[in-house]
Design a protein around this ligand. Structure first.
Ligand code: BT5
Length: 324
C-alpha cells in the first residue's frame, strides 16, 4: 500500500471527512481521492459515503488490509493465490527490495526444506519476509528462530498452546496431562501436531549477507481434512480467528526480535518443546541421540549424548520422550 493510500485510510478512520477536505489535507486532486477510495473498496474496506463525507467501516479480515494498522516498518505485497511466497520474495530481493512481506491466502507451489512440498490451501497465512540484515551469514538461523518465537507468541495470544520444536516447527502441544500415566506409552515422533513451518533462504558472501528470506507457513483458518496428516490449524484448536490481526502480531513480534537479536535465544528457550526431551536428530553425518539441553548461537541444539555434548546445526529432530 502506498503512503498516500495509507494516509487516506487513516483520515477515513478519523472521519467522516469530505472529498475536498481530504484532497486539501493530502495535497492531491479530488479525482485522486476518489480513485484511492474506490481502490480501497475493491480491496474490501467498507467505506460509507455519508452527508458529512467518507467514513471507514469494517476493515477486511485479510488481504492488503494486513498493512493497515501494522505497527512494524514492512510493506505488504498481497496475493490471493501464488506459487510460493518465498519464490516471489526471492524475485523482490533480486530487485534490491527490503522490508517487504509477501503474503498470500493460497499457495499452490509451496516449498518446505529439502525441496519437500508444503500444502497451502486458502485460509492460511503464507508469508515471506524480505530482509537485508547486517549480520554474518552464519547468524541467519537466528532469524528462523525469531520467526518461530513470533508465530508461537501470536498463536498463544489467540489461545493456541503452541510450542517450538527445533529447528523450525511450531507445534500444538500434546496433552501434557498424560505424561505421568504409566498406561500411556511415551510419545515418540514430532511431539505434537504441526501448526507452522519455516523456510529460511539466503544469499551472501563469506562475511556479508546480501538478503535473507524467512518464509513462514501458518495453518490458520483451515480444516484438518485439508491438511496433511500430522498437521493442525488454529481453527482446529480455537475456531476461526481474524487473520489480519494474527498476521500483524507475527510481523510485529518478528520485527521486535530482528532488531534485538540478543533477545531471540532466551525467548526461544522459554517457548521450546525440545529442551529437556530425549531427541534423535538426523543429520547428514548420522543420528545424534540424547537429551536436548540447550540452544546456542546461532541456533545450534546442544545434545547430551553418551559420548558427551554435541552441537547440532541442522537436521530433522524427533522427540523420543521427556528426559526424566
Ligand atoms: C517446513 O519444511 O516446515 C517449512 C515450510 C515453509 C512453508 C512456508 S509457506 C510460506 C513460504 N513459501 C514457501 O514456499 N514456503 C514457505 P519441512 O520441515 O521440510 O516440512 C515439510 C513437511 O511438512 C512436508 O514434507 C509435510 O510432511 C509437512 N507439511 C506440508 N504441508 C504442511 C502444512 N500445511 N502443515 C503442516 N505440515 C505440512
Amino acid at each position: 500500500m502506498n503512503e498516500t493510500r495509507r494516509a487516506v485510510l487513516d483520515a477515513l478512520a478519523d472521519g467522516p471527512v469530505s472529498g475536498p477536505e481530504l484532497a486539501a489535507a493530502l495535497d492531491i486532486s479530488r479525482n485522486a481521492v476518489w480513485k484511492h477510495v474506490e481502490a480501497l473498496r475493491t480491496a474490501g474496506f467498507e467505506i460509507e459515503s455519508t452527508s458529512d463525507g467518507y467514513l471507514l467501516g469494517e476493515v477486511p479480515e485479510f488481504g492488503p488490509a494486513v498493512e493497515y494498522g501494522l505497527d512494524a516498518p514492512f510493506e505488504v505485497e498481497y496475493h490471493d493465490s501464488i506459487g510460493s511466497t518465498n519464490d516471489r520474495a526471492r524475485e523482490l530481493a533480486g530487485e534490491n527490495a527490503r522490508d517487504v512481506v509477501v503474503l498470500a491466502d493460497e499457495q499452490i507451489g509451496g516449498r518446505g526444506r529439502l525441496e519437500r512440498a508444503w500444502v497451502g490451501p486458502s485460509g492460511g497465512i503464507w508469508m515471506s519476509f524480505v530482509l537485508r540484515p547486517t549480520i554474518p551469514p552464519a547468524h541467519a538461523p537466528l532469524l528462523t528462530l525469531a520467526a518461530a518465537v513470533a508465530v508461537t507468541r501470536a498463536a498463544r495470544e489467540a489461545g493456541v498452546p503452541a510450542e517450538i520444536k527445533w529447528p523450525n516447527d511450531v507445534l500444538v502441544s500434546e496433552g501434557r496431562a498424560n505424561e505421568n500415566q504409566s498406561a500411556q506409552p511415551p510419545s515418540e515422533g514430532r511431539g505434537g501436531d504441526k501448526l507452522c513451518g519455516i523456510l529460511t533462504e539466503m544469499e551472501g558472501e563469506a562475511n556479508r549477507v546480501s538478503w535473507v528470506i524467512v518464509g513462514t507457513g501458518i495453518n490458520v483458518n483451515i480444516a484438518a481434512d485439508d491438511l496433511p496428516e500430522g498437521a493442525t490449524s488454529v481453527q482446529e484448536v480455537v475456531g476461526p480467528v481474524n487473520r489480519r490481526v494474527f498476521a500483524q502480531r507475527v510481523v510485529e513480534e518478528f520485527h521486535a526480535l530482528r532488531t534485538d537479536l540478543d533477545a531471540v535465544l532466551p525467548a526461544w528457550r522459554e517457548l521450546s518443546a525440545t529442551l529437556g526431551q530425549q531427541v534423535r536428530v538426523e543429520t547428514p553425518e548420522g543420528d545424534v541421540v540424547g537429551e536436548a539441553i540447550d540452544i546456542v548461537t546461532p541456533g545450534a541444539l546442544v545434545v547430551d549424548t553418551d559420548d558427551g555434548e554435541v552441537r547440532v546445526h541442522a537436521g530433522d529432530c524427533d522427540h523420543l520422550r521427556p528426559a526424566n
